[in-house]
Design a protein around this ligand. Sequence first.
Ligand code: HEM
Length: 181
Amino acid sequence: MVLIQATASLYYIFTHAEIKNKLLSELRTLPEGADIDQLIKLPYLTAVCRESLRIHPIVPIVLRTLNQPFEYRGQALNPGDTIGLSLTLLHSNETRWQEPHLFNPERFLNQHYTQYEFAPFGGGARRCLGAAFALYEMKILLATILLNINLEIKPPKNTLPHLYGMIMKPRKIFWGTVNKN
Ligand code: HEM
């Protein structure tokens, strides 16, 4: 899961030179021998991970089975019914997100989003148990790749992700050449 989410981030980082350069500059502010706790606090790296989770939530829908009657927009629902919250729609709601189709990590720098606006790890009592760990892994992975190699990505014609079991994954792995930084 983390690897697929990181792949989405890599795609945006290496196809947007200004984002890549900003991330590299931030990573290079870390002192020699910096530890992982310093890395995971970097604001722009955090914003890039969040923006990737917003624009391509790999879990596209969160499901709940009702244990009591519920009414939604005039529709009566019964115990036993299953309802789904589309994270893809939530994260592209134009009343909340400006230009939601754009990969723009800056939106996470000065703005706090509630769990009713941004919920890549679901919410409530069943929220993802591995959320903090997943972000931790993503940041280490992205920083390691960025500081060591340069990917030259040739995006496929169709970059839309598709459903693979319960998760969304890239339709086709993009092609890239790897150069040592
Ligand atoms: C980018 C990576 C990941 C994403 C986007 C993600 C997302 C999600 C989502 C949306 C749910 C459903 C939450 C809900 O129903 O409200 C979930 C559940 C869960 N996730 Fe993750 N997850 C990720 C990585 C991980 C990792 C690394 C672990 C474990 C180390 C993990 C463990 C779990 C568990 C145990 C549940 C079930 C929680 C429950 O039903 O009480 N996840 N995850």
